[in-house]
Design a protein around this ligand. Sequence first.
Ligand SMILES: [Zn+2]
Ligand SMILES: [Zn+2]
Length: 472
Amino acid sequence: MSSNLSHEWSGCFSGLLAGSRRQRSCQSVPLQEESAAPLAPQESSHGKTLPGEFREGGLPPPYSWTTSEKDHIPDVMKTIEDTIHGLDHELRQLSLDIHDHPELGFEERYAHDRLTEFMSSRGFTVTRQYLGLATAWRAEFRRGARGLGRIVGVNAEMDALPGIGHACGHNLIAMAGVAIALALRAALEKHDVPGTVVLLGTPAEESGAGKQILLERGAYKDMDVCIMCHPVAGDTLELGFISSLALQTLSVEYFGQPAHAGYAPWDGVNALDAAFVAYAGISALRQQIRPEQRVHGVISGRDWTPNVIPDYAKMSWSVRADAWGAVEPLRERVMNCLESGASATGCRHQVVLGERYLDLRQNPVLAEDMALAAQRCYGIPSYWTEQPASASTDFVPLPALHPIFNIPTPDDAKNHTRGFAQGARTEAAHTAALRTAALLARTGFRVHADAAFCARVRAAYEAGGAKVGGAP
Ligand SMILES: [Zn+2]
Ligand SMILES: [Zn+2]
């Protein structure tokens, strides 16, 4: 991976997602025991009929509660909540501790040690420095013989941003991951269900695509589903299920020949011209790409001065589309433009492919299960959109659930600001993260306990999600 791309912050879609969220009022209802009956359609704040205020902007497949839901879930939710409440103080300390020690991607050594120690002390089987990454780790709990039951994966991001610390709230993500894993273990034990929980410490989400490296090295290959959550700024209680774009970064260098720009320009080979010809080609290309696709980049150079023909230029580009399968042909069209700059000017050029972020598609069956539970347990509405946000994250091609939840921040400061970093250490953010963790643990448990539900999850993935994730 090209190190010159490391500053570009390709990942982390949440800041842009925050801007795409709709404003809505939220009416909280008292905590109530879950009912086995499906929610009656109700009038949403937008005047549409939505079960649990869920279907606006998208249409997950029809879904109804099953017998196993009736049998297991209410008791299981109590187990999950009791477990998380019992750990509340320790989880709060864990989150604040990580917040107090912000570390950039692939440098999350403090978080690595703190989190692996924590999981090890709770009886999980911990692998430190997992798969050759110094700050990746894996914590596993298994109930029953190996191969028995299903495997639920949970991601714990840990990285911060330069200068502004945990301004994306990954301390909350790490803590929520721990809470989900411990709650799932408690539920498997108490309700006697076989299965495995794998909590992955995933480095470098903001830049570096740590999960993609782990994916390519096999970290996700056995998982049936993978879940996590991410905070965004907001005062209302709500959950969002939003997809994100697939992304490829690349850079190109042009190598020419310097010459006196006035005295003998014919002796020169102009690398800056090569970059501008290529840029113009891409600008023309952008008029003929789909609305959800993006190609954006910058030109840089060295030792440029007007009276010397530049012999070096560099461009860095990002190519985004709603699915990885669409990124590849678009990338080839961009490469043709880069080539045209070289051939038009006689420069030599070299292209380096950088980070690759696969598209994130929320699994509609998992999402609807969580959304309905959020409404019933906590009175929290959810929103769903199949239109990807115009940003990317380094998620993995699996049946996945990656909700965003709101935390209050000073002046509604968005992700990647100092204000958001302040918000990420408040009691309110802590409570919101743990509430989301409880709901995710509940849906994760359902994957463990309900074979028919898991089959529907898989079928939805095969029908929609599988084609977009693509094989790495
Ligand atoms: Zn971020
Ligand atoms: Zn983030």
